[in-house]
Design a protein around this ligand. Structure first.
Ligand code: CP
Length: 303
């Protein structure tokens, strides 16, 4: 396949191949070789219909490190504002001889829709509350780097599972690799049939943290939230926020992750986010190598 639309469409061997390819790119970057010629004849358009800091910059850096030609499109400054459709927008960009499209879009399934209507290779950089495949890949890669393996590890995903594309892609990726997954959050922010994804629910945060090897703390997706769903921010923080006192009172030392952006003092306090148990910035660093690997492997299908 020439697209990466979701973890749902990958198997375990695909994930291992991406990790092994990322290992090689990470080694090259660590040797201060910041550019390789692999995608010299490939042009990539990054089209973002939703805000992003990490994913947008990480993809752009990955593309530049692979020597691809890069163009960036931000919906807010584009002719989308004049009524141009998604397909027209992308077909106009593709007529300039673009080979791959990296897209973030607020609508679930936008990447799947696009892949059926245009000729380029599509990489999903987050589609609404659906999937964020490269985030899940870099998250698992970071667990593998920190703990040696993902298989057999116990991971709890804490927070707004209902609206989180990071949660869904992580659940798919972790399960494929043989991790045990629990989700923890207010009942109003858990999908109704979340157990059907092969995860268990734990609504007591202390129990969840005492059980796990890794806690992936998620942001409340205020932009997708119906206010009536939500406990107040204060109640949320009291029940589901991680602070240093709670972390230090656990039976064991766990690994703390967060996909960003962080709402400091809500789901995680600064002394946890910045602690030695946190691998949050390692996740961001690994995102570049993972995206280099994904783009390199997809480009080999279209060359
Ligand atoms: N983790 C993540 O997707 O961050 P951005 O929204 O800043 O890209």
């Amino acid at each position: 396949v020439k697209h990466l639309l979701g973890i749902k469409y990958l198997n375990e061997a695909d994930i291992q191949l991406i990790f092994e390819t990322a290992d090689q790119f990470k080694e090259v970057i660590n040797r201060s070789i910041k550019k390789v010629p692999s995608l010299r004849d490939i042009t990539i358009a990054n089209i973002f219909f939703e805000n992003s800091t990490r994913t947008k910059l990480s993809f752009e850096l990955a593309e530049k490190r692979l020597s691809a030609d890069v163009i960036n499109f931000s919906a807010a400054q584009s002719s989308v504002k004049k009524g141009e459709t998604l397909i027209d927008t992308v077909n106009n960009i593709l007529s300039m001889k673009v080979d791959m499209v990296v897209m973030r879009h607020p609508n679930p399934g936008a990447g799947i829709f696009l892949s059926k209507h245009v000729k380029a290779s599509i990489v999903n950089a987050g589609d609404g509350a659906h999937e964020h495949p490269t985030q899940a890949l870099l998250d698992s890669y970071s667990i593998r780097e920190k703990l040696g393996d993902v298989t057999g590890k116990k991971v709890v995903i804490v927070g707004d599972i209902l609206h989180s594309r990071v949660a869904l892609s992580n659940i798919f990726a972790l399960k494929l690799q043989g991790a045990t997954v629990k989700v923890c959050g207010p009942k109003t922010l858990l999908p109704k049939h979340v157990e059907s994804l092969g995860v268990k629910v734990e609504t007591d945060l202390r129990k969840a943290l005492n059980w796990c090897d890794v806690a992936n703390m998620l942001r409340i997706q205020n932009e997708r939230l119906d206010i009536s769903y939500f406990p107040t921010t204060r109640e949320y923080t009291q029940q589901f926020g991680v602070n240093k006192k709670l972390l230090d009172s656990l039976d064991k030392e766990i690994v703390i992750m967060h996909p960003g952006p962080i709402n400091r003092g809500v789901e995680i306090t600064s002394d946890v986010a910045d602690s030695k148990q946190s691998i949050i910035l390692n996740q961001v660093e690994n995102g570049v190598a993972i995206r280099m690997a994904v783009l390199y492997l997809l480009a080999s299908k279209i060359k």
